[in-house]
Design a protein around this ligand. Structure first.
Ligand code: NI
Ligand code: MN
Length: 223
């Protein structure tokens, strides 16, 4: 069954299959490029890579409004519970959680993770499997050679990789990352939201791997 992928801008996506609507890093309020409002996306689940505000985004309001399950690092779900948000599913790198349409697994990411000065646990990448389609959302990260292993183990159809530079990989390192991961399609993310991460996605050109450039608001049916 195909999945519908909607790019929310920055690192955010809405992944839909059947009744399942999983929002990944739903940063809409304050995102200068977002075409959607939190009300538009009405998720049944939220998956977070880490606690920085440009990823954590509208999670609190969405979780309260929709009582959707939040999949995230243990410290993030602990924080949500202090706010009365109890529908949480904590994880950490190496772990995998079964979901109704597939699974969500956490990988390492080389980055940091905090929110309002609070430690938010390990930053993560996410492996999201929905109805047989596997997506590796790398979160915010530098390049690391175990990306090759992540590619071998999970065989992702799609890899979503940051190319903004400064806080994450830039286009050259993300190109190396995609060549190690060997997805069927690579999608550049985390760029052009603000001037410090301005990039030309044409500079992201892994050899032998199809690149799909999405603009905020774009919808893409895969599978
Ligand atoms: Ni970050
Ligand atoms: Mn970020």
């Amino acid at each position: 069954m195909p999945i519908k992928i909607t790019y929310l801008g920055h690192s955010g996506f809405l992944l839909e299959t059947g009744p399942h609507r999983l929002a990944v890093d739903p940063f809409l309020t304050g995102n200068p490029l977002a075409k959607h409002t939190p009300e538009d996306i009405a998720p049944t689940g939220i998956a977070l890579t880490h606690g920085h505000a440009d990823h954590f985004g509208d999670t609190i309001a969405l979780a309260k409004a929709h009582n959707c399950t939040v999949f995230a690092a243990f410290e993030i779900t602990e924080y949500l519970q202090t706010l009365g948000i109890d529908n949480v599913s904590p994880g950490n790198p190496g772990g995998s959680i079964k979901t109704e349409p597939g699974y969500i697994a956490f990988t390492q990411a080389f980055h940091s993770s905090s929110f309002d000065g609070r430690y938010m646990g390990m930053p993560c990448g996410l492996i999201i499997n929905m109805n047989g389609v596997t997506i590796y959302h790398a979160g915010d990260t530098g390049l690391f050679s175990d990306m090759k292993l992540i590619g071998e183990i999970y065989k992702p159809d799609i890899a979503m990789l940051p190319i903004g530079d400064r806080f994450t990989m830039g286009p050259a390192l993300a190109t190396r990352a995609a060549e190690m991961i060997q997805p069927k399609v690579a999608v550049p993310i985390h760029y052009n939201t603000w001037p410090p991460i301005e990039q030309n996605p044409a500079d992201f050109k892994p050899k032998g791997i199809k690149v799909k450039v999405l603009n905020p608001g774009d919808e893409w049916n895969y599978g």
